[in-house]
Write a protein that binds this ligand. Sequence first.
Ligand code: ADP
Ligand code: MG
Length: 167
Amino acid sequence: MKIALTGTPGTGKTTIAALLPYQVIDINSLVKEGMNLGIDPDRGCLEADMDALADCLKELDGEETVILEGHFSHHFADWAIVLRLEPSALRSRLQARGYSATKMQENLEAEALDVILVEAAERCQRVDEIDTTGKSPQQVAEIVAGIIERRLRLPAGQVDWLMEFFG
Ligand code: ADP
Ligand code: MG
């Protein structure tokens, strides 16, 4: 079974995936390694080949749990776990990554407006949402494991950053 670990860039997907006792497929690496349509001239980064990715990932529909990790992994799974982070905390992380002002604003707004959560809810049969703010990577990984093992259910809709961001 494929489970997408998704969220706005900087919310901790790669860090958390590395702590999980499951096979992890890094969607960004697949894109870099060839599943792309070249550089998108407007954005200056590689444009993912969504059809090629979908074809390649379709073969992973066995019994075994596989984590798809990346900010559009929810396009390729029926179940998504969305990592959320307060925009002020996300800002610090993206600053540390050296994001430009434009890219920073775009990502903070996407987090504040639940963009990935909404996309996941439109595509996936099940969506769980974790507020990672103030939690250590180990704590978040334990919550993710609890969700995957079906001991925990954190339905979408608990997180609301609107007052914090726009209030
Ligand atoms: P993503 O893969 O979602 O873009 P990363 O896993 O690369 O995010 O994490 C972004 C940054 O935030 C990294 O420097 C990472 O060490 C840090 N980080 C991730 N999760 C946490 C956490 N729960 N608490 C503190 N720092 C974290
Ligand atoms: Mg990452």
